[in-house]
Design a protein around this ligand. Structure first.
Ligand SMILES: NC(=O)NCCC[C@H](N)C(=O)O
Length: 268
């Protein structure tokens, strides 16, 4: 498949972990949207194009072993938070998703990362962890609880990261509601951002999908095609924007951020 290598081989490019969607994808959880039929073959094509876009942007794309019994495994970001050379394996808030973590652990160990864990009664989903400017904002109220935030803070203390809990009640994850541009501006879909004041710089975007940006290079953003007006506005501000259609994955409340875990430096 274009752009994807399975075993990690030594190289200087930063690594992006991805996990291919399995045959049970259409059974994935939905919380804030109505369930609609998912075309699994089309989702696989869209995922391949997403992985290809990361590769084209300079990332070494490494596949986590498939987890065919876990419908939501493609949303690999939720199973691990990688900071420097440390991989914090999560304890997903949805019990249905906890079996996803074992394969992700093997992948991060294979990359040479150190491993820490979130333990019961803590819960944490990677999609709730928004890092920008030395702070990790962690969404609490959906899949992540306060104990999970405290445990993450302990794990990230060695990096000098400030951890701040923020409420999430209107979206699945914090990063379903907002993400950050390279300059630290948090961009969000207003109707689902609980506390805009939590961020030093915050801006509304005109489309829900516009709240999801992955910074894949200097000034280079990866976004979904579902937010063309936001993409145009970011381009007019000097960003390069690559757009990918992830429509089948959006039906399961997925977004561009949750389909990969970016490992910048560290590990090997
Ligand atoms: N970080 C994310 O936004 N992950 C999306 C997870 C979607 C999945 N259907 C779930 O409900 O867990």
């Amino acid at each position: 498949m274009a752009g994807v290598v399975t075993p990690p081989d030594a190289g200087s490019r930063p690594v992006a972990l991805v996990r291919r969607p399995g045959p049970r994808l259409a059974e994935g959880l939905v919380t804030h949207v109505e369930r609609s039929p998912v075309d699994v073959d089309r989702a696989l094509e869209q995922w391949q194009a997403y992985a290809g876009a990361l590769s084209d942007a300079g990332w070494e794309v490494v596949e986590v072993e498939p987890a065919d019994d876990c419908p939501d495994a493609v949303f690999v970001e939720d199973a691990v938070v990688v900071h420097g050379d440390l991989a914090v394996l999560t304890r997903p808030g949805a019990p249905e998703r906890r079996d996803e973590v074992a394969g992700v652990e093997r992948a991060v160990r294979g990359l040479g990362l150190r491993v820490a864990t979130i333990e019961a009664p803590g819960t944490l989903d990677g999609g709730d962890v928004l890092r920008t400017g030395g702070t990790a904002y962690v969404g609490v109220g959906g899949r992540t609880n306060g104990v999970g935030v405290q445990q993450l803070a302990v794990h990230l203390r060695e990096f000098g990261v400030r951890v701040q809990a923020v409420p999430v009640t209107r979206a699945l994850h914090l990063k379903s509601a907002c993400t950050a541009l390279p300059d630290g501006t948090v961009v969000g879909w207003g109707p689902v951002v609980d506390d805009k004041e939590a961020f030093p710089r915050y801006e509304d975007v005109p489309e829900e999908g516009g709240a999801h940006v992955v910074v894949v290079g200097e000034g280079h953003l990866l976004m979904a095609t579902s937010a063309p007006r936001t993409a145009a506005s970011f381009r007019s501000r000097g960003h390069e924007v690559t757009e990918v259609d992830i429509g089948e994955l959006e039906k399961l409340e997925g977004c561009v951020t949750c389909l990969s875990v970016r490992v910048r430096g560290g590990g090997r």
